[in-house]
Design a protein around this ligand. Structure first.
Ligand code: BGC
Length: 247
């Protein structure tokens, strides 16, 4: 069965049906602008519109851009503050009238890369970073995901790292890709000092431009772009929903 995966991002909420055998979309992607302000009720309505667009019945997986602990939002850096401590799974399930399973967006991307993409069969320690409005992270050790790592919120250069080198920071500061690559490289070196990973996987919007800044990345661990590019969040969310609904 195809499962609906949804990715809530800082600028768009995107959904697609996912063929879990193939780890690929089986429908067109449907995108709705993220409501501003991105309050809990406004975002829940958007999720409902996506479910309705696909006329979908069944478990839904949804990646959220903040800490999700047992279905409850514990942070909301790029969403409205009224998200904190909200049971996102209950809210979305109630509004949509079907079961919605929620996890952190970068963890969703990590699950997808692990199952179908750049992390498949991987031994050792990998850090996946999604580079978009914020920086999300997924930590994967020998195929096991350690959720909610929030490496984009590590203190770095006087603020949190995502303020220094997310894609939104690149746009805000109007940086050329190589200038931004230099900044991002400093952040990778910092992560390398702290965690000694074997591999970095770069996902999110900036992963599509990897060839523009690859030459600036001078750290020791291998760095590769996410294989599923920015489809990973949706595919991973669908995979997560399928697993949870079977339990
Ligand atoms: C949030 C993370 C999220 C990332 C990417 C950060 O600001 O704290 O939870 O994964 O943005 O959306």
């Amino acid at each position: 069965m195809d499962i609906l995966g949804i990715d809530i991002g800082g600028s768009g909420v995107k959904g697609a049906l996912v063929d879990l055998e193939k780890g690929a979309f089986s429908s067109e992607r449907h995108r709705i602008e993220t409501p501003r302000p991105a309050t809990k009720n406004a975002v829940a309505e958007t999720i409902k519109r996506i479910v309705e667009h696909f006329n979908y019945q069944g478990p839904v997986g949804c990646g959220f851009p903040g800490i999700i602990h047992n279905g409850v939002a514990k942070s909301a850096a790029n969403m409205h503050k009224n998200w904190v401590d909200v049971d996102a799974e209950k809210l979305f399930s109630d509004v949509c009238g079907q079961e919605v399973f929620v996890l952190n967006d970068a963890d969703a991307a990590g699950i997808a890369e692990l199952e179908y993409g750049a992390g498949k069969g991987l031994k050792g320690l990998a850090i996946l970073l999604t580079i978009g409005t914020g920086i999300g992270s997924a930590l994967i050790k020998d195929g096991t995901l350690i959720p909610n790592t929030e490496f984009g919120h590590l203190e770095f250069k006087g603020d949190i790292a995502e303020k220094y080198c997310s894609d939104a920071a690149r746009e805000r500061l109007d940086l050329k890709w190589d200038k931004w690559g230099k900044r991002f490289n400093q952040y990778l070196l910092h992560l390398e000092r702290l965690f000694s990973p074997d591999l970095f996987i770069l996902g999110g919007g900036a992963s599509k431009k990897f060839d523009r800044y690859e030459h600036e990345l001078k750290n020791e661990a291998r760095v590769i772009p996410a294989l599923l590019k920015n489809q990973a969040g949706i595919i991973g969310a669908a995979h997560y929903a399928a697993q949870r609904s079977r339990k």
